[in-house]
Design a protein. Structure first.
Length: 233
């Protein structure tokens, strides 16, 4: 049974969503502010967190930043209906997905299940592209799906589930272009709709992480209006 942490200062959301998730077979932990959640996570991490952004004591952005210092567990942001800035910032900081308020609880359940399936696929090597269950080496890049580990020039890089899958898809065939639609298919289930901005934000975050260990990292090339390509050294 997967443990889901639900963090939101709206008690109605905490109550209704937790009831829905429990009915779907999840174990749910609820917190009404970011600091309470962080204190609990420091004792024991859940399998996934669903975070509101605007909360007292510690907001969702700050909580996510602290989480990403020590874990790559999947995180979904709950964002305001019309606030695109929240979505983009959240993805660039390392969130795996976002759901806009007001939201369908069925949609949230599907997003949670999709992320957990993707995480399990990485952990077991049961990924949808040939040979992705094997250790992959492309120049300075080394990826081990079974251990969810990535290194560049011998230095470890901590990636989220989504970032790992995107890098894996690009590096699998160096020199070949992957369109945004193709990357969406790799990173998200068919029933989950995301737009181009989501993929672009994940790629920007991925590049930033790779450049944190190598200022000259330039293996991921943007082809404007087309997609992205991995160029092997």
């Amino acid at each position: 049974m997967s443990r889901i942490a639900l963090v939101d200062d709206d008690r109605n959301i905490l109550t209704s969503v937790s009831m829905t998730l429990e009915a779907e077979g999840f174990e749910v932990e609820t917190y009404n502010d970011g600091q309470s959640a962080l204190d609990a996570f420091n004792r024991r991490l859940p399998d996934m967190a669903v975070l509101d952004i605007k909360m007292p004591r510690m907001d969702g952005m700050d909580l996510l930043q602290r989480l990403r210092q020590k874990t790559t567990m999947p995180v979904i942001f709950l964002t305001s209906k019309d606030d695109e800035i929240d979505e983009v910032l959240g993805l660039r900081m390392g969130a795996d997905d976002y759901v806009k308020k007001p939201f369908s609880q069925r949609l949230l359940v599907e997003r949670i299940r999709a992320l957990l399936r993707r995480q399990e696929a990485i952990a077991t090597g049961e990924v949808p592209v040939a040979e992705e269950n094997k250790i992959m080496e492309r120049g300075s890049l080394r990826m081990d799906p079974l251990r969810h580990s990535v290194s560049w020039k011998g230095k470890d890089v901590s990636l989220t589930v989504t970032e790992f899958l995107l890098l894996q898809a690009l590096a699998q065939r160096p020199g070949f272009v992957k369109s945004r639609d193709q990357l969406m298919d790799v990173a998200y289930d068919d029933q989950v709709y995301v737009d181009d901005r989501t993929i672009d934000s994940h790629i920007k975050r991925l590049r930033k992480k790779m450049r944190s260990v190598d200022d000259d990292f330039a293996a991921i090339e943007t082809l404007y209006g087309i997609g992205y390509r991995y160029n092997e050294e």
